[in-house]
Ligand binder design. Sequence first.
Ligand SMILES: C[S@@+](CC[C@H](N)C(=O)[O-])C[C@H]1O[C@@H](n2cnc3c(N)ncnc32)[C@H](O)[C@@H]1O
Length: 199
Amino acid sequence: MSEATAGEDATRRRAGDPWLFFRRWLANPLQMGSVAPSAPSLCRRIAALVRRGPEEIVLELGAGTGAVSRALLAAGVPAERLMVVEIVPAMAEHLRQALPGVQVICGDAFALEQALPRRWHGQVGTAICGIPLVLLPLARQRRFVEAVEAVAPGRGFLLYTYCVTSPLPHGRLGLDARREAWTPWNLPPASVWRYQLRR
Ligand SMILES: C[S@@+](CC[C@H](N)C(=O)[O-])C[C@H]1O[C@@H](n2cnc3c(N)ncnc32)[C@H](O)[C@@H]1O
């Protein structure tokens, strides 16, 4: 590889490779849910909502090209306490290259019990979801809630969305819901919701 090509590759990795993101959207728009990575303003708002004890991890589900992951690191989450799950192998590989020290799992967030190493079960401070849950049927949404609950009991999860109202039918899923942030500086404008199982 020439020096120029290697330099371009490194720049794309740092920048979150919007081209890789767009190609994946063309291949599977429902799985991606967005044509471009989340904007810095949204990523910062998500990072500001993270709660984590010193021994706990932050679990990011649907990390894409790492836009939110970078904001979490910039906000002070140590790389070894950030675990990201991404279902598309090319994106998981991109994340491994771009985010040294971060634990990248190439797997399905709906099968978290199997995908997340046992030692981290019950050690999740905050789970963050980038997967477009709004597009899924209720049974799949319920499965997602159960998968998070299995590894992060009682912690709930953050979900970012372009919807004006709650992207999940929280009453039917037995969840309490609160919109905790909003930004116009994302395309389209986006909100961050916190969901927790009703006690
Ligand atoms: C809207 S993108 C968010 C990407 C990134 N977090 C961001 O904000 O720019 C959704 C991501 O979730 C991934 N994804 C979709 N279904 C998934 C699943 N079942 N398990 C893990 N990742 C999934 C997609 O491949 C895609 O990278």
